[in-house]
Ligand binder design. Structure first.
Ligand code: ATP
Ligand code: MG
Length: 553
């Protein structure tokens, strides 16, 4: 594939580095914290990190940033691996920050030995209150001047579990008046008596993000460590620690977080939605998670295309979910199998039909020359969409009305002769005649009609459940206010249609198939399907052809 777009700023940096001979190959990493399922924002980071090493010589590691034992779980590790692979990427090494706990402890001891770290008896809360403000220097801790020996002793006693949580920390000794607040003697280690999902109870002290991330990058010889903008102020500390420890000089680069509107992209918030049962789980098709998008029927190609289109930026912005929908619609249009499903049925009896079932053929996908056809049965009783009939139609209503003709998709032209109603005046059935010489593909009837309807034959119809989704939140940015983001949940985000009628070909559906239900939208089979009832999730709608027609006229 030829690349048409111009280089993003990271590609420019990397190309310059490669030209200058600074590196023979580049090494990147995707570093999730396993405290939740990945979301669409992570997909940007994944496509970026893995994309760079597909384009340039080198490789990408998957590194679990598992330094917080209380929020991390193996279930999340497994889901993250599944999602990265599903998106189409393969990592070189699977690593864990917790693999480096021994090395990190060693590094901490080296800093103590060089007089660059000390054990502080203040609590993290006290430390926070003594940090000062951007315009006011912080206060030096009374424990800052401890001897190296005492620091060493206390630090190893912290490790051996002698002190309770929060009783002591290890801090870097930098500068309490530093312009960058993060450089005011940042905490490197905290005491936390907690089971870790990988190291069990081996450790009761855990490194802070700043003392794990850059060091892990160094250990893995990461050349370009790419993170999001909120880490810009951390870069100074990142560089300071690498320099003082004299370890491999990884470099941190920042790009803007990618968030989309009408949803939330924060594992913590998504977890709340799951725990408080606002959604059915992490893979609820309304969620912004990769697993939710997968269950909704999104394809890996469409998500990669979305990430490529939004590109890499240095300024944050909210991306319109419409672009994501556009990308999946484009892809599904190329690959989806066309099927007919009637959502709100109205019975038609074709009065001049012989009564025998005729097997018609209908194209699986007009976009694909090799798509082939499928058999579609026709009999004297069929179902059409109730909204495709109007007793008193407005002008330009090209669907069915008394005396009016339409084509049944891949079948014949029919004319509505009689409208049957029940006692309450509701239309219950239409009596129609069909024109045998108007068969699709060999039409010699000379009749021309403007409307083509989807339909299913009643006797062979398969009852199916459809789940239709709307935006999970009713405002563009539910986090952009004082109010609880959950107060903006859209109460109409899920609509279940218990009894829709599908053509029999759908019986053979499986979860990896993608369908276009004619005139309805794109659908995928849900894992809740049983042999008694198939369930389909609506991925995205088609462009509304009728609305466009109406506007034109
Ligand atoms: P969350 O708030 O959802 O937990 P996070 O940044 O804490 O997000 P991590 O697991 O630490 O999640 O993220 C792994 C990588 O993905 C990091 O490099 C992070 O910068 C990146 N990332 C996370 N969210 C986004 C986003 N919305 N857009 C782009 N990159 C993101
Ligand atoms: Mg995080």
């Amino acid at each position: 594939m030829t690349e048409e777009r111009s280089l993003n700023f990271l590609e420019e940096i990397i190309e310059a580095d490669l030209r200058a001979g600074k590196y023979q190959q580049i090494v990147t990493r995707f570093p999730p914290e396993p405290n939740g399922y990945l979301h669409i924002g992570h997909a940007s980071s994944i496509c970026l990190n893995f994309g760079l090493t597909q384009r340039y010589p080198g490789y990408t590691n998957l590194r679990f940033d598992d330094t917080n034992p209380t929020t991390e779980e193996t279930e999340y590790v497994e889901s993250i691996k599944e999602d990265v692979r599903w998106l189409g990427f393969e990592w070189k090494h699977e690593r864990y920050a917790s693999d480096y706990f021994d090395t990190l402890f060693e590094y901490a001891c080296q800093l103590i030995d060089r007089g660059l770290a000390y054990v502080d008896d203040l609590t993290p809360e006290q430390i926070a209150t003594q940090k000062g403000t951007p315009t006011q220097p912080g206060v030096e801790s009374p424990y800052r001047t401890r001897s190296i020996e005492e620091n060493r002793d206390l630090f190893s006693r912290m490790k051996s579990g002698e002190f309770p949580d929060g009783a002591r920390t290890l801090r870097a000794k930098i500068d309490m008046a530093h312009q960058n607040m993060l450089m005011r003697d940042p905490i490197l280690y905290r005491i936390k008596h907690a089971q870790h999902h990988r190291t069990g109870d081996k450790w009761c002290i855990y490194p802070m993000y700043d003392f794990a991330h850059g060091q892990s990058d160094s250990i893995e010889s990461i050349t370009h460590s790419i993170c999001t903008l909120e880490f810009v102020p951390h870069r100074e500390l990142y560089d300071w620690l690498i320099e003082k420890l004299e370890i491999y000089p990884s470099h941190q680069y920042e790009f803007a977080r990618r968030n989309i509107n009408y949803t939330v992209t924060s594992k913590r918030k998504l977890l709340q939605l799951v725990q408080e049962r606002h959604v059915s789980g992490w893979d609820d098709p309304r969620m912004s998670t990769i697993s939710g998008l997968r269950r909704r029927g999104y394809t890996p190609d469409s998500i990669r295309e979305f990430c490529s289109r939004i590109g890499v930026a240095k300024r944050e912005n909210l991306v319109d979910v419409g672009l994501l929908e556009f990308c999946v619609r484009e892809h599904l249009n190329k690959i989806a199998l066309r099927r007919m499903v009637v959502v709100d049925p109205l019975l038609i009896t074709i009065t001049n039909y012989s009564g025998e079932v005729e097997e018609l053929q209908s194209e699986n996908n007009p976009e694909s020359e090799t798509g082939g056809t499928r058999p579609v049965p026709l009999s004297s009783q069929i179902l059409i969409e109730r909204s495709d009939f109007m007793e008193v139609p407005p002008k330009k209503f090209f669907r069915l009305a008394p005396g009016q003709m339409v084509r049944l998709k891949s079948a014949y032209i029919i004319r509505c002769d009689e409208v049957i109603k029940d006692g309450r005046g509701e239309v219950t059935e239409l009596k129609c005649t069909y024109f045998p010489e108007s068969k699709s593909g060999s039409d010699t009837s000379g009749i021309s009609v403007k409307g083509t309807l989807h339909w299913v034959s009643l006797a062979q119809a398969l009852p199916v459940e459809l789940r239709l989704y709307d935006r999970l939140f009713s405002v563009e940015d539910p986090t952009d206010s004082e109010a609880d983001f959950k107060s903006f949940l859209n109460p109409q985000s899920l609509q279940v249609i218990k009894n829709a009628y599908a053509e029999p070909a759908l019986e053979a559906a499986n979860e990896s198939d993608r369908f276009q239900f004619l005139r309805q939208g794109y659908f995928v089979m849900d894992k809740d399907s049983t042999s008694d009832k198939l369930v389909f999730n609506k991925t995205v709608g088609l462009k509304d052809v009728w609305a466009k027609e109406a506007k034109k006229s």
